[in-house]
Design a protein around this ligand. Structure first.
Ligand code: SF4
Length: 283
């Protein structure tokens, strides 16, 4: 698979709410917090969901306290569950299938997330062997999206996630190590390892953090304004309220739209091509 195809797969995982039956607003539970003003159990429509599955307060979500809705991204799982798995039959028209649809939705979301990571890894300069293994994994995951509801519900996604994570780690390490070798010499690789670090609120303004491994790191409310974050591995990192205004993430690895939506930034923040600039960021 060439890089352009891999990039296209990554970019195609964009939510199209016009083809979805409001699944994120119905299937998922909501807990009152700084992100939501209400409690809502799973498998129950939000009070703001309209009969055409649009949101009554779409343009005022943040003002009305529904910040979490502006952060959430299903990576296109909603339209696939609605139009492919359930053939365009909504939970309102067929209440008997509703419960199953709500259970399938988070499973499809996880599959789409894995597809996004696999496609992204394939867009990098990696060995042919690794590219072949990732290609095989990507095909397996794409095939899962075509399964029926019962088959999807019986999947053990941990197995898929575990084997994919190993390949993603090899891919990101090889990219990072090449860059680190050029930056300071190959002997200092461990200086760049901050996987699962607790850097909540850390002051990192203007820092050169290129090629750092931030896998699963807690970067909540960290000040990373104008930081150089190129070739950083952000897989699973918590970026809630991290300030990345003016920072360079143009070649950061394994970032999701949801991570970026949850952070603070501005028009000067440089993002990978497959990530949209959040509309709630300041100018
Ligand atoms: S507030 Fe709007 S976007 Fe958020 S869950 Fe309710 S209907 Fe969906």
């Amino acid at each position: 698979m060439n890089k352009e195809t891999a990039n296209n797969i990554r970019q195609d995982l964009t939510a199209d709410c016009s083809k979805c039956f409001g699944l994120c607003c119905t299937a998922l539970n909501i807990i009152a917090s700084s992100d939501f003003p209400i409690n809502k159990p799973a498998a129950t429509p939000c009070m703001n969901l309209q009969s055409d599955y649009s949101c009554q307060i779409h343009s005022q979500l943040r003002e009305k306290g529904f910040k979490g809705c502006t952060v959430y991204d299903c990576l296109g799982a909603g339209q696939i569950v609605s139009q492919v798995t359930f053939n365009g039959q909504s939970w309102r028209d067929n209440p008997e299938t509703g419960e199953k649809m709500f259970q399938v939705f988070p499973i499809m979301e996880q599959i789409h997330e894995m597809i996004a990571y696999a496609a992204e890894a394939m867009s990098y300069d990696i060995s042919n062997d690794l590219s072949d293994e990732l290609g095989q994994k990507l095909k397996e995951l794409q095939d899962l999206t075509k399964l029926g509801a019962d088959e999807l519900l019986s999947l053990d996604l941990v197995i898929y996630r575990f084997s994919l994570n190993e390949l993603l780690t090899v891919a990101s390490d090889s990219i990072r190590e090449n860059i680190i070798a050029k930056l300071i010499g190959a002997n200092k690789v461990k200086d760049f390892d901050h996987a699962r670090a607790d850097w909540i609120g850390k002051k990192l303004k203007d820092k050169d953090l290129r090629a750092t491994d931030f896998r699963g790191a807690y970067l909540i409310a960290a000040d990373m304004r104008n930081a150089d974050l190129r070739a950083v591995n952000f897989i699973g990192a918590d970026l809630r309220d991290a300030d990345i205004s003016g920072a360079d993430l143009s070649t950061s690895m394994f970032l999701t739209q949801m991570q970026i939506n949850s952070a603070k930034g501005d028009v000067k923040t440089k993002l990978p091509s497959y990530i949209q600039l959040p509309s709630h960021w300041s100018n």
